[in-house]
Design a protein around this ligand. Structure first.
Ligand code: SF4
Length: 401
């Protein structure tokens, strides 16, 4: 195992838990439908950037996924899938085109703000090496020599909102890219249609700031992760916290198991704030384990296995017209087949950026259709030992200032 690089995409986990890469290598991670679709969308983004074609021109075309096919095609919900000869194809649709369009718009906005296109054009799927241990592939990279700035964009296709300020992944790509071009500044942009970053948010850092963060926080964690690979006992390198959420190694992690086992329910009204915080963490650990159990049970039942006292049921889906169905409906109902609905503020920001100013201040109110929940604050913020004199700098990096 020594010699394997640490990936920036998993950095929020290995920075907080240096033992994670060792355990992650031990678990079999079946490819999910969401990951396959994400890969396909990145292929389309690359295609659009290299050919200049608009994503909407590609709607209806099939994208071949020759490898990494999830065993269960029924997990592809909401997309058109065709399978044969060990390959699958998904049909590129409007929703997917909007993901790619959102990323292209974000790049366009960067160009407009800087006042010129990047030198040599945008570079999709660029391999970047930060040091002997950390390397990965950035979705899109641009170099603006006039202002000595590198720009890195990441297109997220999942539903879970990515916190641009807290995710270290793009800062690592930016730092690696800065090395190549000897840049003085780096801008990171996340484009995520679902999850709250439809417009793509950008933060600008000085390379000195990023280097200080790398020295203080990243390099020591990377060295610990490398050390963990050679260690006989992995436990001292494992650290439980908010970063455990969705960790693929949860099921085999001894530290996490012990943490969950320590759960001791108490009457909630009598809990102190500290006890409440601790029990929230532990309850989340148990919830995570329950999610693993559910996924395992669904997988087995889909393959025909029986689980005592349980049966497999589908959640209620939403029905959609096919193009033929829509045509028939229009034949019968005419214009009444369509309902006039006002665009949401997010749709205006997406489709009419020139009018995005309408969505500021008092022109809309926000209704939240789910109840409030206690969000866990970053673990790393509490755990990092800051070098003397660098406290303010680290704080400003975290705030993305
Ligand atoms: S579950 Fe948590 S402690 Fe265990 S390997 Fe994953 S991130 Fe580390």
């Amino acid at each position: 195992m020594p010699g394997r690089v640490l990936s920036p995409s998993a950095s929020s986990r290995w920075i907080a838990c240096p033992g994670f890469p060792v355990l992650a290598d031990l678990v079999d991670r079946p490819t999910s439908a969401a990951a396959v679709i994400g890969t396909a969308l990145h292929k389309i983004l690359e295609h659009c950037l290299t050919t200049g074609q608009e994503p909407f021109e590609l709607i209806g075309s099939e994208i071949e996924i020759a490898k990494d096919i999830p065993a269960d095609l029924s997990s592809f919900t909401g997309v058109t899938v065709r399978a044969g000869d060990g390959k699958i194809w998904i049909t590129f649709d409007t929703d997917q085109a909007l993901h790619v369009d959102s990323a292209l718009r974000a790049l366009h906005e960067v160009e407009e703000a800087i006042g010129c296109p990047p030198d040599g054009g945008w570079r999709p799927e660029t391999r970047l090496v930060l040091d002997e241990h950390i390397a990965g592939t950035a979705d899109v990279l641009g170099w603006f020599p006039a202002i000595e700035r590198v720009v890195v964009l990441d297109m997220k296709t999942g539903r879970n909102a990515v916190d641009v300020e807290e995710t270290p992944q793009l800062r690592l790509y930016a730092l690696a890219a800065a090395k190549v071009f000897e840049a003085k500044e780096a801008q990171i942009v996340v484009s995520q249609r679902q999850g709250g970053h439809r417009r793509g948010r950008g933060l600008v850092f000085s390379i000195d700031e990023l280097r200080a963060w790398y020295d203080i926080e990243v390099r020591p964690a990377a060295m610990r992760a490398v050390e963990a690979r050679a260690a006989n006992d992995i436990e001292p390198y494992l650290s439980v916290g908010a970063h455990c959420r969705y960790c693929p190694a949860i099921a085999i992690c001894p530290a996490y198991r012990r943490f969950a086992m320590e759960f001791e329910p108490k009457p909630v009204k009598s809990l102190s704030p500290e006890e409440l915080s601790e029990l929230l963490d532990k309850a989340t650990a148990i919830e995570e384990y329950r999610n693993l159990l559910v996924a395992e049970a669904v997988g087995r039942m889909r393959s025909g296995a029986e689980i005592p006292h349980y049966t497999l049921v589908n959640r209620r889906g939403t029905r959609h017209w096919t193009k033929a169905g829509e045509n028939k409906l229009v034949e019968v109902l005419g214009e009444q087949a369509y309902r006039r609905v006002i665009l949401t503020p997010s749709q205006v920001e997406d489709s009419y950026p020139e009018h995005a100013v309408l969505t500021r201040d008092t022109d809309y109110v926000t209704y939240c259709n789910s109840s409030a929940y206690p969000k866990r604050l970053s673990e790393q913020a509490k755990e990092v030992k800051v070098r003397k004199g660098a406290e303010g700098l680290l704080q400003s990096i975290r705030k993305g200032s």
